[in-house]
Structures are given as C-alpha cells and as structure tokens.
Design a protein around this ligand. Structure first.
Ligand SMILES: Cc1ncc(COP(=O)(O)O)c(C=O)c1O
Length: 399
C-alpha cells in the first residue's frame, strides 16, 4: 500500500492553517484521533488504577493498552515498557539507577552525535560514581559514526554505551546491530536513543540489539511524555529509588508517581494511527511494520527532492551526507544568519527553525557552535507542495 496523503492531511487539524511544518523532529502535529483519545480518557470517568470500580478499571485498561501499543510499535515485551515524563527524564532515571552499581575505574561511553538527552544524564551518572567518561566522535564530512569509532572506546571496564538510533539534526542512522555486537562483546549495556528514529523507520528493539530503547510519543503524533523499554529480566536487576508504598513490581517500580492516563490513551491512539497509515493486516504489529516501511519509502522519495532542491540553491551548505539517514537536513546559507533564513521562512508560513536543537555536542563538533543551523525534517503529512514552498523560501533569501 502507498500513503494516502490527502486522507492523512485531513486528519491533522493544524494543517488547515496552511502552514508547512518542517519542525517534526521537534514534535509532530497531532491527528484528530489522538486528541479525541486524550479528551475521551479525561471525560470517561477515570480514577487511580485498580480493579474495584469501573473508573479504576478504566485507568488500569488505559495503562495496559498503552504498554501493549508501545510493544507493537517497538517489537518488545509489554512488561518491559516504562512510561516517564519525557525521554530525558527516563534517561536520567535509568542512569541514576544503573550508576548505583558502578565504581571508580568503570567506564561509560557517549557520542558527539547524540542529543544531549542521551549524553548529559550519563556524564552526571558517571561523575557520581567516579566512572570515566569516553567520547566517540563522528566524521565531520559525512556525519557517519561507525562501529569502529565505538569499538575504539570500549574496554573490559565499559559498563554502558549510549548511542543514538538517528541524529535529530544530521539524520545519521548508525549501524546499531553491529554496534550492539561490539558493545555486548565488551560485556557492556547499550542504551539507544530512539527518539528521532522511531518516527521514521520500522523498529525492532531486539534486532537492533538495544538493551534499553527510549523514545517520545510526541515525535510520532502522540502526546508529550517519554518511554523507555527493556526486557523485564534486565529491569528486575535494577533498583531505582522509589517511594515506600509504591509497588516494587516491574515495570511499575520505574514509574514515579501517578501515570498520565490521558496521555497514555493518546499514545495508544497514536500507535493505532501509525498502524493504519499503510496496511490493513490482521495484527497491529504487522500493520505497524508495513506502515512504517511505507512511511520510509514516501519520506525517502520526498527527501531526495528536498536535498536536490537545496543543493541547487547558491550558497547552501548541507551538513553531513550519511548513507542511511532519516529525512532530516541541517543546512546554512552563505552570507545569511540561520536566524534570518528561519524568520523569512516563517513569513511564508514555512516552519523550519534554526538552532542546535540540543544536539549541542554535534553542533560544536561541526564548528557550528551553540547556534547550529537551519533544520528541516519531513513527516508523513509533508506534501510535495510543502517541499517546493520551503525551497522557494530559501531561494528568496539566497537572492
Ligand atoms: C534525538 C532526541 N533525543 C532526545 C530528545 C529529548 O526528548 P524529550 O523531550 O522526550 O526528553 C529529543 C527531543 O528533541 C531528540 O530529538
């Protein structure tokens, strides 16, 4: 099946304003079905989780359904799905819990390609345990980060490697299965930031070799909260700080306080929405995989046009040229501030902001300082017309 762009665009009320949204990597727009699920949960008569009353059961059902939806999205065990305030929060929580077991002389590996959400929690956790931090760079021309780059920083003392599934500015998709093999050979754990990968590719956490995989539903049509998944057996071995009366069961012991039921209902609706984008297979996991393949194909073709168009505009520099990438491009225009490009695009109702987007290490590594460049990312609702409008807007600035 191919994507039915007209139908998809009608599902997104925000698109009615005529804005071309290229800021999906910062958070996608939301289909009506997701917003309705959030409102529906809030007005359905809901209490704290329990089995005594219908309202308690509704809360219970919302949580169980959301774990099952994430399991179908990522190909993992619903019993290993942990919900959090954000990916950043989830990663800080996991890092602090893991660091309790680390000692001076242990090593933790982070990369310059990652969003700070998958760097700073590890920097702080390593420091708290007296562990040594090791940095993996990436090729400044291609923006590739290879298994050899990672291997060079591994040792018998490595406890954990944190690496992105896809760069939220450069789009690079490192070879995770190969990296996972190297990390596991060294006896370490692999923590994958899947925030920017999940909206653009079919994901199978086990096949990727991730011990932990974190993502954020608001990057794939859902509400603002975070998720981290792992196999339940691994979670059983980790003991986060928690309140005395709260359950010690996995995954609940990682979820501090009351879960945001209405957001979880929205996340289930977001996964259902994805599953319906390009498949009518019987089971949801198959629908998700088929739909995400269709999304990938659609975005790849449209992205080729975007890259080609940008290359033809005088003065455009495209940062990185990774072979496997998400449809996200980071660029600047000679003689013009990034901010100027972003502001001009906004006047022609094209949203493509300029920043380092918290990928601050990557931005500095590329010599772009803390201000970064202009970023444009595609989503399944991006139309060929949106792309032409972006290109025309950039060409106007170039003069
Ligand atoms: C690649 C990547 N990782 C992590 C994050 C942080 O996610 P959250 O806002 O859920 O903490 C982002 C957000 O932009 C991101 O793009």
């Amino acid at each position: 099946m191919s994507l039915d762009l007209d139908r998809i665009r009608k599902d997104f009320p925000a698109l009615e304003q005529g804005i071309a949204y290229f800021d999906g990597p910062g958070g996608t727009q939301v289909p009506r079905q997701v917003a309705e699920a959030v409102a529906g949960a809030m007005t359905s008569g809901i209490s704290n989780r329990g089995l005594g009353t219908a309202a308690e059961r509704r809360a219970e059902d919302v949580v169980v359904a959301a774990r099952s939806a994430i399991a179908d999205l990522l190909g993992c065990d619903p019993g290993g799905v942990v919900f959090a305030r954000s990916m950043t929060q989830a990663t800080y929580d996991v890092s602090r819990a893991l660091a309790k077991e680390w000692v001076a002389g242990d090593e933790v590996v982070v990369t310059r390609l990652d969003h700070d959400g998958n760097i700073r929690p590890w920097v702080h956790a390593a420091a708290s345990a007296g562990a040594e931090l090791r940095w993996v760079g990436f090729d400044r021309e291609t923006a590739e980060l290879t298994v050899d780059d990672v291997r060079a920083e591994l040792s018998g003392r490595t406890k954990l490697v944190a690496v992105t599934g896809a760069s939220n500015v450069l789009g690079t998709r490192p070879d995770l299965p190969a990296i996972a093999d190297a990390v596991h050979e060294a006896g370490a754990l692999l923590y994958v930031d899947g925030v920017h990968l999940t909206p653009h590719a079919p994901v199978d956490v086990a096949a990727l070799g991730a011990d932990f995989y974190a993502c954020s539903p608001y990057k794939f049509f859902g509400p603002h909260h975070g998720v981290v998944v792992a196999v339940p057996e691994l979670l059983e071995r980790i003991h986060p700080d928690k309140l005395l009366p709260s359950t010690d069961e996995v995954p609940e012991r990682f979820e501090l306080g009351t879960l945001p039921y209405e957001l979880l209902a929205g996340t289930t609706a977001a996964v259902d929405y994805i599953a319906g984008l390009g498949s009518d297979a019987a089971d949801r996991r198959t629908r998700v995989l088929e739909s995400m393949r269709t999304v990938e194909e659609y975005e790849e073709e449209l992205f080729a046009r975007l890259l080609d168009g940008l290359r033809q505009i005088r003065g455009v520099t495209l940062y990185g040229a990774p072979k496997r990438r998400t449809p996200t491009v980071f660029f600047s225009l000679a003689g013009h501030e990034n901010q100027e490009v972003y502001e001009h695009l906004a006047t022609v109702v094209v949203n493509a902001p300029a920043s380092s987007f918290y990928a601050i290490e990557a931005s500095r590594w590329l010599g772009l300082g803390d201000t970064g460049a202009v970023r444009a990312g595609l989503a399944p609702y991006t139309s060929p017309d949106d792309v032409e409008r972006l290109l025309a807007g950039v060409a106007e600035v170039a003069g």
